[in-house]
Write a protein that binds this ligand. Structure first.
Ligand SMILES: [Zn+2]
Length: 207
């Protein structure tokens, strides 16, 4: 049975969860998490949101939004890039569980963004083909920012992080017939989010 939650209500819950996290008022507790895990093992999962976010150890979605086991279907990849297997994971969750909210979350001080900016300046800085695959997906989204004059490295990094999130949202929205169709029917909403790791606050970005 498909139970599609209202994406806007879920978004409100996540804003409230981030505020609890910021105030040190997280409501998760280990006992209830284990109880939920055992329950979901019997009943199956019904995640309220799909989270495509960076692998950075400082950006754990469940903690940042004060959510629990079973709440997020999480896809983590350096630089929160959009690539075929990651799109497949979003498609799987959206079509299997009817999850209606997809969040693409990047964060400040992102190593993947900084590696891409460095690579644009000096192409020899990439250590492997596989890292190059990630960087080459970010590069078209931020190249114009790397070429700006009168911007500091930090300013470029911040602008590039935002541009990469917005580009990932747009790319994901048009990444497959299945996702396009869910978006057109208002069955999923895809939003960008930026985590400031110096404060823990999440800002939702308009495309
Ligand atoms: Zn990152």
């Amino acid at each position: 049975m498909e139970v599609r939650l209202d994406a806007n209500k879920v978004l409100d819950e996540l804003v409230a969860g981030n505020n609890r996290f910021l105030e040190g008022q997280s409501i998760k507790c280990a006992h209830s998490s284990l109880r939920k895990l055992k329950k979901f093992a019997r009943t199956g999962q019904l995640p309220k949101a799909i989270l495509l976010c960076c692998s950075d150890s400082r950006a754990p979605g469940e903690m940042i939004f004060d959510q629990d086991i079973g709440d997020f279907f999480v896809i983590r990849v350096a630089g929160n890039i959009v690539a075929p297997s990651l799109v497949g994971s979003v498609e799987f969750a959206a079509s299997t569980f009817g999850t209606s909210l997809v969040i693409v979350m990047g964060h400040t001080q992102c190593g993947a963004i900084e590696a891409t900016l460095n690579h644009i300046e000096d192409p020899k800085t990439i250590a492997s083909e596989n890292i190059h695959d990630i960087v080459s997906r970010i590069k078209p989204h931020i190249y114009h920012i790397s070429q700006l004059e009168n911007k500091t490295t930090q300013e470029k990094s911040e602008m590039a992080t935002r541009a990469n999130i917005i580009a990932s949202v747009s790319q994901l929205s048009h990444s497959s017939r299945l996702i396009e169709s869910l978006v057109e029917q208002n069955k999923i909403r895809i939003v960008g989010a930026l985590l400031d790791i110096s404060t823990g606050k999440v800002e939702f970005l308009e495309a």
